[in-house]
Design a protein around this ligand. Structure first.
Ligand code: NAP
Length: 474
């Protein structure tokens, strides 16, 4: 029987409901001659991955990309199974029996480490944890951040570092316009933090942040940006990269930074201080973070032309009570799926999962897209071509007959298994109910939304809604 027809639909499970998962679903839906059933799974009852749990709560415009995902989810051939954990509620073998192909789009859920003394002192946190906490991710709602200190350091100069620094320095009215978790807003409004140091190991030309984010720093209601004049002086190698003029982001970043250096702001109660060419060497403290020791770096160009940082013998100690390590996200291994420990990604060939990065064998029926495929880089839209590549590979394998031959290839079989295991899966319609409740709660307080912060609370709200619907005879 031909696969991909109404008698014999292609069944694809997408594990992870962030942008790359939705773009994979979208590309499958765009195949005019293919009858496909797409089941998307998420460990949480809520979809959208980092759009909900990572994108900063004061960046509501970016979050509006979910409108596109809603349209994908509304199509007849799409189902959402939230609150289902791959590897716990369903195993790899369970899924292979029920789907012709699995696409892993689980992103990068944990952090990279600095590997310096004091990194595990109370008060030293991965930025990923802080981000998940202020975004109301249920796993992180009980995290505690001691905001009673006067200064904090953020290590790294990517966009996540910008998000963290901004959230630490936002005013009450700015936070009010965001969908930050209620508990986080309450804690931040009591914060004593006045100074936030952003520490980059290389120079401003090598910064990973982008120009809208650095521009936004200068538009904060209660925080001044501090960039010392020496911070924007370029070493010869960086100067020649700048002079080449082929990277517009570098030019715009430098323009903003020079503007801050030449027009020092004063008068606001908080300050965000940029320090370039410094690396933390130790986080100091007895029972908790008391200071961060940094070394001044010199930049040099290696054989490949890359600009690298080299430590000098000039050290400095900055008193801070909190350190956020914002040096990149890292993927987490999935049970039964190959994983490259050094890169934190699933080894693949054009999205086809391989047993190992080099000279590996294909794992039939397994595919990967997004950050868990290529590492944590790029903006939301970067995931689109990445997912398209993976789906094209999957379709090529399907045509060559190189995918799974599931024995229970129906939605009924999947749902029977989940019910048998007592898994209360959350459908997309359920999510839309939760979404409406969050939006309505937000509206009452003049905020974009007020998020649920625990899975229990979400399931209870759904239960209550069902009871209400029963009473109303719906
Ligand atoms: P990132 O862009 O990769 O930045 C990581 C930063 O950490 C870099 O400045 C890097 O410096 C530094 N770093 C790495 N190892 C270090 C070490 N041992 N010591 C000191 N510094 C170190 O990562 P990210 O900020 O987590 O962002 C992840 C992705 O999400 C990025 O593509 C980002 O653009 C995207 N994002 C976008 C937005 C937005 O569009 N508004 C918001 C948030 C995130 P080197 O360059 O020297 O390695």
């Amino acid at each position: 029987m031909t696969l991909g027809t109404s008698q014999h639909p292609l069944r694809v499970a997408i594990i992870g409901s962030g942008p790359s998962g939705f773009y994979a679903a979208d590309h499958l839906q765009k195949q005019a001659d293919l009858v496909v059933e797409i089941d998307m799974f998420d460990r949480l009852p809520t979809p959208y991955g980092l759009v909900r749990g990572g994108v900063a709560p004061d960046h509501q415009k970016i979050k509006s990309v979910t409108k596109v995902y809603e349209k994908i989810a509304a199509k007849e051939n799409f189902r959402f199974y939230g609150n289902v954990e791959f590897g716990a509620d369903v195993t790899h073998a369970d899924m292979q029996k029920r789907y012709h192909a699995l696409i892993f789009t689980t992103g990068a859920q944990t952090d990279r480490r600095l590997n310096i003394p004091g990194e595990d002192l109370p008060g030293s946190h991965p930025a990923t944890e802080f981000v998940a906490w202020y975004n109301a991710h249920p796993d992180f709602k009980d995290c505690e951040f001691d905001l009673t200190c006067k200064a904090a350091a953020v290590v790294g100069i990517g966009n996540v570092a910008m998000d963290v620094a901004r959230i630490l320095a936002r005013s009450e009215s700015e936070l009010h316009q965001s969908d930050i978790a209620d508990y986080a807003m309450a804690a931040l409004l009591k914060s004593d933090i006045e100074t936030i140091y952003i520490l980059g190991r290389r120079g401003p030309v090598q910064a990973a942040f982008t120009d809208p984010e650095i521009k936004e720093m200068g538009e904060m209601e209660i925080a001044n940006v501090v960039v010392g004049p020496d911070e924007v002086k370029l070493d010869p190698a960086s100067q020649s990269i700048y002079d080449r003029g082929d990277d517009a982001i570098i030019h715009r970043n430098m323009e903003h930074l020079r503007h801050y250096a030449e027009n020092p702001e004063t008068g606001k109660p908080k300050k965000i201080v940029f320090r370039f060419c410094v690396s933390p060497v130790e986080i100091i403290g007895t029972d908790k973070v008391e200071a961060i020791k940094i070394v001044k770096n010199e930049l040099y160009q290696d054989d490949k032309g890359d600009i690298k940082a080299k430590a000098t013998d000039q050290f400095e100690t900055i008193p801070v009570g909190l350190v956020f390590r914002s040096v990149g996200y890292r993927g987490v291994a999935l049970p039964g799926v190959p994983f490259n420990e050094s890169w934190g990604t699933i080894p693949h060939d054009k999205g086809r999962v391989m047993t190992q990065p080099k000279d590996g064998q294909q794992v039939t029926g397994d595919y990967v897209a997004g950050w868990i495929k290529r590492g944590p880089s790029g903006v939301i839209g970067t995931n689109k071509p990445d997912s398209v590549e993976t789906v094209e590979t999957l379709l090529e394998d399907m045509r060559a007959g190189k995918i799974n031959s599931p024995t229970s290839a129906t939605r009924e079989a999947l749902e029977a298994l989940l019910n048998e295991r007592g898994v209360r899966f959350v459908t997309f319609d359920d999510w839309l109910i939760l979404n409406d409740i969050e939006l309505a709660r937000g509206m009452e307080q003049g905020r974009p939304r007020i998020k649920f912060t625990s899975v229990e609370e979400m399931l209870a709200a759904l239960e209550e809604h069902e009871q209400g619907a029963l009473v109303a005879g719906d």
